[in-house]
Design a protein around this ligand. Structure first.
Ligand code: 5AD
Ligand code: SF4
Length: 362
């Protein structure tokens, strides 16, 4: 496409699926630059120049599931399983509080027994007491019952992340085992339940999965828009050697292409959904040295420095080459320095709710 065709599409009030497909097919540097410029302008206008911090606590790598792509799947016996102690979690929460992150994410493998449910409830209560109810807490603990979601919401979790992984039912099937615990419709129901329970709901997908086409990705963007999601975490699929899907690595597009596609997807989502929160995901840094910084410059407005105690980090590898060498402090400094060059800044002390959520609520 030539520049004027691209600009004509970008200047439409509403983009149709065909438009998204054309834009997503742009690989040329100058073509993609036009998309990025549009995304930057939308970002500036609708969410401003702030980057919100969320301290990430990888609470436990114990998981009952066996997603074919994930390094902490139950059947991977190459890793040591861990669960943080209450003290570990509270120390990280204290760090986030003292360093004015204003927000925490507690992520774990998927477990849904009553003990786990009560433990998370208890942690939420303790975190809020310790930090004078000043921290917004996001949970990312997989599919749970509506009752559990409500219980955690009552205990002070106001945001929840649950990726759909792929909005295409057959692609979803192809990256999960064929059984009731890995069911697309149950995942979808869980997302609806999260909305019902009153959360700011985050979802997302992986980009560059084996068997994934540009049409799938356009439908993913459409899904996120139709579901009216408040927050998004999406990033490239990254190989993990101890997973079944690694066998299909010859089908993958290169990491460089996955990286480019991820940035274009994030930019298109910003253009489509304007005021949502978009996280700059860690997986970007696994395949490109400046991945997270680029995403923040182009489309995203949320950074999640890892506050998991160092001794556990090596066991929370969802994919290979996960960058965990950056301590939270130095990551924040590094991002701050680079973001300033591009006109954004880290918003310390601000919880950074999704503007989209509040607009949807009013
Ligand atoms: N590559 C990229 N992302 C992955 N996730 C799990 N495994 C991988 C991988 N190999 C993502 C999934 C999940 C989130 C916790 O991590 O999207 O929802
Ligand atoms: Fe468990 Fe989530 Fe990994 Fe699936 S993606 S195996 S649910 S941690």
């Amino acid at each position: 496409m030539n520049s004027s065709d691209i600009l004509e599409i970008l200047n439409k009030d509403e983009l149709a699926k065909e438009d998204l497909l054309l834009l997503l097919s742009c690989y040329d540097k100058d073509e993609r630059e036009l998309i990025f410029e549009k995304s930057k302008a939308k970002k500036k206008h609708h969410v401003g120049d702030k980057i919100y911090l969320r301290g990430l606590i990888e609470y436990s790598n114990v998981c009952a599931k066996n997603c074919l792509y994930c390094g902490i799947r139950a059947h991977n016996h190459q890793i040591q399983r861990y669960t943080l102690t209450v003290e570990d979690v509270l120390q990280s929460a204290q760090y986030a509080y003292e360093n004015r992150y204003a927000s925490l994410v507690i992520q774990s493998g998927e477990v849904s027994n009553p003990h786990f449910v009560d433990t998370i409830t208890d942690l939420l209560n303790k975190i809020h007491r310790l930090t004078n109810h000043q921290l917004r807490v996001t949970l990312s603990c997989g599919e749970q019952s509506l009752e559990t979601y409500q219980k955690w919401h009552d205990a002070g979790a106001h945001r929840y992340l649950l990726r759909i992984e792929s909005s295409d039912k057959s692609l979803f099937k192809s990256i999960h085992p064929q059984n009731k615990t890995h069911d697309f419709d149950i995942r979808l129901k869980a997302l609806h339940d999260l909305k019902k329970a009153g959360y700011q709901v985050g979802s997302g997908i992986m980009i560059g999965l084996p068997g994934q086409t540009l049409e799938h990705l356009v439908n993913d963007l459409w899904f996120l828009k139709e579901f009216d999601i408040d927050m998004v975490g999406m990033g490239p699929y990254v190989e993990h050697i101890d997973t079944p899907i690694f066998e299909r690595r010859h089908e993958l597009i290169s990491q460089q292409k996955r990286y480019q596609l991820s940035l274009t997807m994030m930019a298109l989502l910003r253009i489509l959904m304007k005021d949502i929160n978009i996280a700059s995901t860690t997986a970007l840094d696994a395949i490109h040295p400046t991945g997270r910084i680029e995403a923040l410059n182009i489309a995203s407005n949320v950074l999640m420095p890892n506050l998991t105690p160092v001794k556990y980090l090596e066991n929370y590898h969802l994919y290979n080459n996960k960058p965990d060498t950056f301590h939270a402090d130095s990551l924040v400094q590094h991002i701050e320095k680079n973001a300033t060059i591009h006109g954004s800044r880290i918003a310390l002390g601000e919880q950074g709710d999704s503007a989209h959520y509040w607009r949807r609520k009013t």
